[in-house]
Design a protein around this ligand. Structure first.
Ligand code: MF3
Ligand code: CO
Length: 283
């Protein structure tokens, strides 16, 4: 998609603005997550997130993006990404993916999470946990020896390895699937920038990782196959086989000292420490 287009390298000051945007996104997602209870509508979640972003003096990045009509995406059950908030009422046991982006002084943050409502099917919980774990493994792979890994392909390798290592018994004996039609991306003065960040192995090792790069790492995993379709609303992406899907995403800064997760309140310290990576504070 982006080929060998130029990758925007941020200055430390620009990364600090992205950090502000990232923390607004983290707050908005936390509020939307808290509002995600059976009986709430997906539009209720959107209103909660919109209020947090407005109160912070930031702008929602999704609203108006190719005419997208809302502040967040809420994708339920077999919906993978880009579900449009509506009067749909959440049900017990629903798998709910919430994706949010915000802009501070022109700089973007983008993050997503998946929760499973009570009366959860354990296989859905396994799906959501696997997707989160695969995301953190992908983020951890960006770091090496107090610095940066060599090439971007390490992310897809780590995500694929995490999914391959998951026990199919947790999914009724069926292997989990990695969505390939949508990928992570560079982020900065726009939400979507080069490079593409694949969630699977590829022959191309990808661009060299450099300080100043900021990347959105966002695996989308299913309880079935990888194929997707887009509904007639021209937005909602669903699995072709009707299997349930999960989506986790963080925006990550690469800098001279190592990596920092811009959309995580602790910069990713806890999850990355568990993977042997020490995050490097900004500035
Ligand atoms: N935030 C999504 C992503 O993770 C894109 C949202 S598309 C929009 O890349 F139209 F809703 F903005
Ligand atoms: Co994204």
């Amino acid at each position: 998609m982006f080929g060998r287009e130029k990758i925007e390298l941020k200055t430390p000051d620009q990364v600090l603005l992205m950090r502000r945007a990232g923390l607004v996104v983290a707050d908005a997602l936390a509020a939307a997550r808290a509002a995600a209870v059976p009986g709430a509508t997906t539009a209720d979640l959107d209103a909660v997130a919109a209020a947090v972003i407005a109160d912070a003096g930031a702008l929602p990045s999704f609203l108006g993006y190719y005419d997208y009509p809302a502040t967040i995406c809420v994708s339920v059950n077999d919906e993978v990404v880009h579900g449009i908030p509506s009067g749909r009422e959440l049900q017990p046991g629903d798998v709910v993916s919430i994706d949010c982006g915000a802009i501070v002084e022109g700089w973007h943050g983008d993050s997503a999470l998946t929760l499973v409502l009570p009366e959860a099917d354990p296989a859905d919980v396994a799906l959501a946990d696997l997707t989160e774990r695969a995301m953190w493994d992908g983020i951890a792979a960006l770091a090496a020896d107090g610095g940066l890994a060599d090439r971007l392909a390490v992310v897809g390798e780590a995500v694929e390895d995490a999914v391959a290592a998951a026990d199919p018994v947790a999914n009724g004996g069926v292997p989990f699937g990695i969505v390939q039609d949508y990928v992570g991306h560079g982020i900065g003065s726009a939400m979507h920038q080069p490079p593409d960040v694949l969630n699977y192995r590829a022959r191309d090792r990808g661009p060299k990782l450099r300080p100043g790069m900021c990347l959105a790492i966002e695996p989308m995993i299913t309880r079935g196959g990888h194929a997707t379709e887009v509904l007639d609303d021209d937005w909602t992406v669903v699995t072709a086989d009707g299997s349930r899907a999960a989506h986790w995403e963080h925006s990550v800064a690469l800098h001279e000292g190592g990596i920092w997760v811009l959309t995580a309140v602790d910069g990713g310290a806890a999850e990355l420490a568990a993977r042997g990576v020490t995050v490097a504070p900004l500035g």
